[in-house]
Design a protein around this ligand. Structure first.
Ligand SMILES: [Zn+2]
Length: 247
């Protein structure tokens, strides 16, 4: 078969990733006081009840930890169906007693990762759906300017290590949310990976399957429960406690 026909035959069934289907990243979390201001995101709270360094607490009237400016960084996220870079402003806190500072984090921000959790999931989804063709085939060209192929490979490797835990956390978060939302849901259907994906020469096909199921679970819940993917990811991350989540 001529290469072009081989390519068309393989790519025909794989539609480009619909970024809008994932909703927006860095969703507003009232518990963390996360809000959008134009093209920047501000994460204010909550105020730590005690200093993380010295443990001082103070009283309701004389809290030891007080607001002390903002810490800013660039974060890549998904908004209105596009992958974009935004400015994230995180409230910085300072302790009166020891002078040490800390800062608030939105649940969408992973330590030392340049993109929010939802953006990472979008790229991992593209890696799986376009396995054999290259993730860049499924995403807008601009995505390649924001996230390098080396970064995506690193994310894939790390995500596969944690695939089972990620799937379980997403599943628990969805189940928890489903009980809160009255009505019918069909979360158990169509979650298994397609055969062609598992036939590929993965080192650990079980982990690929776990990652696929977790992402499909997320997307199905987003559609059937009308809950933002970013919200579910935030809840799932909260359920993992101090353990690593996603990457
Ligand atoms: Zn302190």
């Amino acid at each position: 078969m001529a290469p072009i026909f081989w390519f068309m035959r393989r790519s025909r069934v794989r539609a480009p990733i619909d970024l809008a289907a994932f909703g927006d990243g860095l969703a507003v979390h009232s518990s963390r006081d996360v809000s959008w201001r134009g093209d920047e995101v501000v994460c204010r709270g909550p105020r730590p009840a005690a200093c993380l360094a010295c443990g001082s607490t103070g009283t309701e009237e004389t809290l030891v930890v007080h607001a002390h400016g903002f810490l800013e960084r660039q974060l890549i996220t998904v908004r209105r169906g596009q992958v974009v870079r935004v400015r994230l402003k995180k409230q910085r806190w300072r302790c009166y007693r020891c002078g040490r500072t800390s800062h608030s984090r939105p649940p969408d921000e992973l330590p030392r990762v340049k993109a929010c959790t939802l953006c990472v999931v979008v790229f991992l989804h593209a890696v799986l759906v376009f396995a054999g063709l290259g993730w860049a085939m499924g995403l807008p060209a601009l995505c390649g300017n924001l996230i390098s192929s080396r970064t995506v490979v690193r994310w894939r490797q790390r995500a596969l290590v944690l695939a089972a835990a990620t799937e379980e956390a997403i599943r628990k978060a969805v189940e928890k949310r489903a009980r809160l939302e009255p009505g019918e849901s069909h979360l158990g259907r169509g979650l298994s990976p397609p055969e062609w994906l598992l036939r590929r020469p993965w080192h650990q096909p079980g982990k690929v399957s776990g990652l696929w199921c977790g992402i499909q679970f997320l997307l199905t819940a987003h559609q059937t429960l009308s809950v933002g993917c970013a919200d579910i990811l935030a809840q799932a991350r909260g359920l993992t406690g101090t353990a690593s989540f996603l990457l």
